[in-house]
Design a protein around this ligand. Structure first.
Ligand SMILES: *Cc1c(COP(=O)(O)O)cnc(C)c1O
Length: 399
């Protein structure tokens, strides 16, 4: 019996990929062939790595590595189940208590990632009757959480706290709860959210205040406690999200707040209920990383020294570094194709810095994004600056 030739029902995906290749927006994955560090090997090439979120160099800290190995030997490679069935180990509980103490809040729940923490929390605590007031540049995981909640979404222009307050004023007296939500540090421009003003607006209109501190955990505030500590807003932010994947150097996300908030999320946050908990190595490595944050504050000082040095080098060479206030420093060049070419040439000369274009950033604001870490040496930063100047002049980005 002859079988009809099967046509691939997914052929449209290939058409889309071909279109991306034609437009020059197709992205091949760079393969990291060493540990993530100040200098790393990608695609067979040793380069200065200005493209990681490993702010404090904790991915390779001996105490963090040792903790992961030790926990694996004792407790195995995996946890075996979701937290609510049988996958809650003492290490998971200890990490949550540790973070709650560090952040000066009643309680904490750890999720598999920062993405899961945001999406799982926003969708769990709101219903379709509620309202979300959200900065236009908030992270994708917040946006997905907002959509999953089916609440009404009101987007305000970037950092425009007066616009946020106006939206809250218009909603006054209407049914439904209000959630005001912002990133602490924005990942594309490295600018800091106007938290004191937003917190005030939330208090004035009785809204829930939520902050995503993914890029501020381990970077801002005492010992890296985040933007709430940086601005002295303890007790005035209802939901604080942080990540264990960036400066903490491992993997995971957490939510800090009242005991009730955390108990509620234990019962209703879907990534917590329906996805397996961290391997013991992850929880133990995170615990060790918090020891390092508390015992080696000089790492954070070095991060900021390096940040100031590198930013000064870029601006005095004539580059446009935008409005950054943190170790995330964009070098803005205009069109997306130009940013991708800039990134490719930097890589050829020995620097990895990611090209980012539309739709992640505005069409005429494409950039190469740099993130220095505490572990970059002065020589590495000087050499990276030399390469930026050389390639920038060759491409006519600077004089
Ligand atoms: C990276 C990031 C996340 C996601 O964190 P992961 O732990 O990598 O999932 C969430 N929010 C913001 C603002 C981020 O930059």
């Amino acid at each position: 019996m002859a079988t009809a030739t099967r046509t691939d029902p997914l052929a449209y995906l290939g058409d889309q990929i071909a279109e991306w290749k034609g437009a020059g927006t197709y992205q091949r994955l760079r393969v990291l062939e060493s540990a993530c560090a100040a200098e790393s090997k990608f695609d067979g090439r040793e380069v200065i790595n200005l493209a990681s979120n490993n702010y404090l160099g904790l991915t390779t800290h001996p105490k963090v590595i040792e903790a992961a190995i030790d926990a694996t030997r004792r407790y195995g490679a995996g946890s075996g189940a979701v937290r609510t069935i049988s996958g809650t180990m003492e290490l998971h509980m200890e990490l949550e208590r540790r973070i709650a103490r560090f952040k000066n809040v009643e309680a904490c729940v750890v999720f598999q990632s920062g993405f899961a923490a945001n999406a799982g929390t926003v969708s769990a605590i709101l219903t379709p009757e509620d309202h979300i007031i959200s900065d236009e540049l908030n992270h994708a995981s917040i946006i997905d959480g907002c959509r999953l909640s089916k609440a009404k979404i009101h987007v305000f222009p970037h950092k425009d706290h007066e616009a946020a307050a106006r939206i809250l004023a218009e909603l006054e007296g209407k049914p439904g709860r209000k959630l005001l939500i912002t990133d602490g540090v924005f990942s594309m421009d490295g600018d800091i959210g106007p938290l004191p003003q937003l917190v005030e607006a939330a208090e004035r209109y009785g809204a829930i205040m939520m902050i995503d501190d993914a890029h501020s955990s381990g970077v801002l505030g005492r010992n890296g406690r985040g933007t709430v500590d940086h601005f002295g807003l303890h007790g005035r932010v209802d939901v604080q999200v942080g990540t264990l994947s960036k400066a903490v150097g491992v993997l995971g996300g957490y939510v800090c707040g009242s005991r009730n908030l955390i108990e509620f999320l234990y019962h209703r946050a879907r990534p917590f209920l329906f996805s397996t908990s961290h391997p013991p190595a992850v929880a133990a490595a995170c615990l060790a990383a918090f020891d390092v944050l508390e015992n080696e504050p000089e790492r954070i000082e070095r991060l900021w020294e390096n940040t100031r040095y590198f930013k000064r080098g870029l601006t005095s060479a004539g580059f446009n570094t935008g409005i950054s206030e943190t170790p995330i420093t964009p070098v803005i060049v205009g069109e997306a194709a130009r940013a991708h070419q800039f990134s490719a040439e930097l890589f050829r000369e020995g620097v990895l810095a990611t090209g980012i274009g539309f739709p992640t950033v505005a069409r005429d604001r494409a950039r190469v994004r740099t993130i220095v870490t505490a572990t970059h040496t002065r020589e590495e930063l000087d050499s990276a600056l030399d390469i930026f100047r050389r390639v920038g002049q060759r491409m006519g980005i600077i004089d």
